[in-house]
Design a protein around this ligand. Sequence first.
Ligand SMILES: [Mn+2]
Length: 426
Amino acid sequence: MKVTKQHIEDENKKNISSQENGFKFLSDTLALKGHNVNAILSKLSEFQVAIPSWALGAGGTRFGRFSFYGEPSNLEQKLEDIGILHTLTQTAGAVSLHIPWDIPSDYRAIKQQADALKIKFDSVNSNTFQDQKNEKESYKYGSLSNISQAVRDQAIQHNLDVINIGNKLGSKSLTVWLADGSCFPGQNNFQTAFQNTQNSLKDIYKRLPEDWKMLIEYKPYEPNFYSTVIQDWGTSFMLANECGEKAFSLVDLGHHLPNSNIEQIVSILMLKGKLGGFHFNDSKYGDDDLTVGSIKPYALFLIFNELVYGIENNPQNPDLAWMIDASHNVKDPLEDLIQSLEAIQEAYAKALLVDQKALKTAQLENDVVKCQEILQGAFRTDVRPLLAAARLKTGGAINPLESYRNLKIRAGLITERGKNTVATGL
Ligand SMILES: [Mn+2]
């Protein structure tokens, strides 16, 4: 199943006049306010978000998983799906591989396929949260933090293997997320678990290629429900500092307790030059892995406002690895990802509309009302014609979701792959 240039041109003909009208009105309005519309369009076009290799199939919970027909069952098919997303949206030009679920069998062929689809290999993800077949040691009581040196060594070696795989594909960073922690008070010695983790991460870091980064993700709870070794940004920040200048914190939006001020975390990490990666999703209660922007779009905008500020003002912070980290339990995964990509671009575009100079002046005058007006003025702007114009510039669809449905892509995938496929790792 492939979406061709012709498909998109035919689709876009249906929407072009309303798009042109909407864009003209919006760009005139923005130009009157002093915005450089072309510069905003370029920034939107450049912003690419990685799709993780585990996100193309139906997700599930520990209670069950309801499959979605036509799911990709191998890495080649997963890349095909990302190719469809990227052709339609022009913003999904990267894949983030999960090892060992998606180890390429033929590196050259996979690289060629990705090149043809204009997909880059972004950060590679290790997995020490579940036991793999034929492995000697078990991660039941932790991996990099385990009290057993043999278990820690196995987990360290796995991370080194992941780096090696990523290196062959052109990846430049390793993302480490640990499920390590404890379910009951007294089960773990907090200090020992932390020190073991720190030493294990340093062992991995020592072997990191010169031009690589190590991204350390945090999460307050689950699968352990009493304590998690890397529970919050402070812990991740400490570990990254301890490892060295190529180690960074990674913020996953769902990995915070309800009402955490994520935008403030983002801001301070960027000030310290230590924000390396970002995982998008949304949540109502905790790590719900819902479609980006489906629950708290204003919070997402405020986070983007800090990201835009940091990108402009914090040269000490590196370019970020952006990725969607969501689970698709009831929606067609591709439709869900299209919605997420749109929500990300929307929040980014709105953040680019914030008048930073006026905001600074209002802050210096302690004009709290004005500060809110500036932020909400940007947030309330309907930027969708800008997003469509950015997509059009590079050959994407004016309305990706509508085109996905009109082109009957899921039906085509079912015809090709059948109804009973299951994506690796799910
Ligand atoms: Mn994540």
